[in-house]
Design a protein around this ligand. Structure first.
Ligand SMILES: [Mg+2]
Length: 89
């Protein structure tokens, strides 16, 4: 996947691909909003989640983010959430 996304960044540039990310976030937001107001369309939500996951990969490549650091931050945040759920924080 990384090779294809890197090619897209090379072909259309950083800004165009960052716009793609923002548009995809907007589309998922809209689908979630429709799920709250009406009823969830699981297929549409799955499609938009897939788009956002791909777009997040684009962002990681563009900003050269360290996956190990992201995992570390996620682990810390999940641990904090667990503590909150247990009423320790
Ligand atoms: Mg989309």
């Amino acid at each position: 996947m990384k090779e294809v996304l890197s090619e897209a960044i090379e072909k259309w540039g950083v800004n165009a691909n960052l716009w793609v990310f923002m548009e995809e976030i907007g589309e998922l937001t809209k689908e979630i909003s429709k799920a709250i107001r009406y009823k969830p369309n699981y297929d549409r939500i799955s499609e938009e989640v897939a788009d956002v996951e791909i777009a997040i990969e684009l962002v990681k490549i563009i900003f050269n983010l360290d996956q190990k650091r992201i995992e570390e931050i996620k682990r810390h945040k999940i641990e904090r959430l667990m503590k909150r759920l247990e009423g320790l924080e």
